[in-house]
Design a protein around this ligand. Structure first.
Ligand code: ATP
Ligand code: MG
Length: 198
């Protein structure tokens, strides 16, 4: 059975925190493939004015994939259109890759709210949950949430033990110098070339 890691996000833009998270998850879990999936319309946030469009976010996700051995960008959520629910994506991947074992890579911030996502029971049934530190994490709260998800929906949770690289797309969109420092050079070049954000 091949092991497939899945990292979804808005990637508006991808930054070193995403790269770090993907590499840490890859090192801890030994995936055969890692799919980076930009969402079409994220259910949980409104896109800020002046955002990159889907095609630009996909292109930046492709550039991000080059930084992570085994990773590839996947346009399935953009092609599907509409709001992007991870449960739909996992169902589609299960159909497309029936032999694969699926793992969803998320920042610890996302684990804490996972029960508020659409169909959390489906997420827990179809994929292992691999969390990567995001910031000054409250380890007790994370362990407690993991235990609760396990109890309620039989979740399989891995809390990857690694240092955090606390940066967000929101931060880098607000500050060109931070963007240059915290975004892979090829992506920064693309941002400049396309006249994005600043
Ligand atoms: P925004 O500021 O627009 O919300 P973001 O930086 O949170 O953007 P997303 O594209 O929303 O990035 O995140 C996609 C996934 O990557 C989520 O699971 C999120 O938890 C994770 N992630 C984002 N930044 C980091 C980071 N610095 N360290 C670890 N995981 C991260
Ligand atoms: Mg976010």
């Amino acid at each position: 059975m091949s092991r497939v890691g899945i990292m979804g996000g808005t990637f508006n833009p991808p930054h070193n925190g995403h790269v770090h998270a993907a590499r840490q998850a890859m090192a801890a879990m030994q995936f055969d493939r890692l799919l980076l999936i930009p969402d079409n319309v994220p259910p949980h946030k409104t896109m800020p004015h002046g955002s990159a469009d889907g095609e630009q976010r996909l292109e930046m996700t492709r550039l991000m994939a080059r930084e992570i051995p085994g990773a590839e960008a996947c346009d399935m959520e953009l092609r599907r259109g509409g709001r992007s629910y991870t449960a739909d994506t996992l169902r589609a991947l299960q159909r497309a890759l029936p032999e694969a074992e699926l793992f969803l890579i998320i920042g610890t911030d996302m684990l804490l709210t996972l029960d508020k996502w659409r169909e959390p029971e489906t997420l827990c049934a179809l994929a292992g949950l691999v969390t990567v530190a995001r910031d000054d994490d409250d380890h007790a709260a994370l362990e407690q949430k993991a235990a609760w998800l396990k109890e309620k929906w039989n979740a399989r949770v891995w809390l990857v033990d690694c240092p955090a690289l606390p940066v967000s797309s929101t931060d880098v969109r607000a500050d060109r110098a931070l963007c240059r420092a915290m975004v892979p050079p090829a992506i920064y070049q693309y941002i400049e070339q396309q006249g994005l954000y600043f």
